[in-house]
Design a protein around this ligand. Structure first.
Ligand SMILES: [Zn+2]
Ligand SMILES: [Zn+2]
Length: 137
């Protein structure tokens, strides 16, 4: 997505497309390893020295409220963020700390997991372990 597409996505969701929000959203879209707010801050402050940690938190808050970003509470010590808001699972690697996405093979499977009569708003399954990049003989 280029900047004008990002601007229209944010506008369509009813939030003002500020430079900070666009930068944070773009970072999340291009870094699918589910960065923390601090990682996003440290990456963006190089390009935008006026950004602060508060700027990043506020932008994330607005993007979450607009339904463009979700929190991933898989790591005990820090919150991670994700620009993929459709149902999917997360695998947390204890070695490298990265969070990987995996898809559900069918929407029917998600429906089966949800208790009968409950209304699901968001689907997620958490695995923890060691990723293939860290696992070696
Ligand atoms: Zn790993
Ligand atoms: Zn994810």
């Amino acid at each position: 997505m280029n900047d004008s597409e990002l601007i229209s996505v944010l506008s369509r969701r009813g939030i003002r497309p500020t430079q900070q929000r666009i930068a944070v959203y773009k970072y999340l879209l291009t870094h699918p390893e589910h960065p923390s707010a601090d990682t996003i801050y440290r990456a963006l402050v190089e390009e935008y020295p006026v950004f602060s940690r508060t700027t990043i938190y506020n932008s994330l808050g607005a993007l979450i409220e607009a339904g463009l970003v979700r929190q991933v509470n898989i790591c005990a010590d820090e919150q991670r963020f994700d620009a993929t808001v459709t149902d999917h699972g997360h695998f947390f690697c204890k070695e490298c700390g990265k969070v990987y996405d995996f898809g559900f093979d069918s929407p029917a499977m998600v429906s089966r997991l949800c208790p009968r009569g409950f209304i699901k708003e968001q689907g997620d399954v958490f695995f923890t372990g060691i990723c293939k990049h860290c696992y070696s003989f």
